[in-house]
Design a protein around this ligand. Sequence first.
Ligand SMILES: Cc1ncc(COP(=O)(O)O)c(C=O)c1O
Length: 391
Amino acid sequence: MNKANDVFMNTYHRLPVVFTRGEGVRLFDASGKSYLDFSSGIAVNCLGHNNPALVDAIKKQAEKLIHVCNYYQSDVSEAFAEKLIAVSGLKKLFLCNSGAEANEGAIKIARKYSFKKYGKNRHRIVTLTGSFHGRTISTLSATGQDKFHENFGPFTEGFVYIPPNDAAALEKALNDISVCAFFFEPIQGESGVIPLSADYLKKAAEICAQKDILLIADEIQCGLGRTGEFFACNRFNLTPDIATLAKGLCGGVPAGAVLAGEKTADVLEYDHGSTFGGNALAAAAGLVVLETITANGFMDEIKEKGAFFADKLDDLELDGFDISRIRGAGLMLGADVSHEDHGLLEKALEKGLLFLGGGPKTLRFLPPYTITREEIIEGISILSEILPKTA
Ligand SMILES: Cc1ncc(COP(=O)(O)O)c(C=O)c1O
């Protein structure tokens, strides 16, 4: 059990459990104990564990071709790219390996677009306080949370932070002629499931269009069908200039993507790349994810199951448990508890339920899309055993 601490650097506080296999929404530890997984590896295992179609595609692709470098072409990588473009409604994409790498790509594209049109002074990127965009030096710089900015500087320059859902602050920040992009998570994940409002995003899109400022949506946690729409932005009929995806994109095989619309599709000119990006194995897995989530009625089911889940959380609140302010959309839900540390993740683990924290007091739920209503009820019942009562 303690082996992990001997070999891994101190990056994660790992809970005392060793998983050896998974099946659907359940994970199993070395002793065979079963856990309901309402975290999906932080929104990665979107089709659940050991999904037959996904496993079959990965097996078959591994027997044919795992990787060719990007100096050549691969049939499956092209098929994946074509499908992703068709589903997203954007024009071209760059494939990579992680969320941070996708966001790095988006930042480079935004700056180059603006430099070429308006000169090198137009480099600033407005982001939001409470955002999380990754762990590289530039994506940490884009991340509007002080706690991530200790000890690793100097950071990439040119990021400006404003509070989310504050239209006046947004208008003021975008009035600066050195701003080239507004970069945001439509629903902030890491800081506690904080959705941006429809009005706020519409305002942002309006100003950005007027000033030729690029609208960059970090859809890494909230996109890919999680809200019941392909992009969380699509809930408000909004199409960003650039969108980034990762996490569930290839169902657990590491992958990321930068998707660009008309304005920025051809900004890169053989000046960016990634060895593993769009690798045949990841692409084969990604095709299964895209085919599954675009099947008739699949995303509607996500919306309906999400509403069912939110209602059940709401019932807990009415029953006097210490849980309130239920937020989110589809199967990305958060609810606050009143104290910072109840040890709830550990208590839930003991009872066989996994979920995530977010911000100081938020319980964050990101279950696989394949979750059933019975599994939601089962998880909520475990929650009711561990949540303190309010009175
Ligand atoms: C919204 C968002 N952006 C970017 C990232 C970084 O992704 P990765 O860890 O794959 O680099 C994350 C990861 O949690 C995220 O939630």
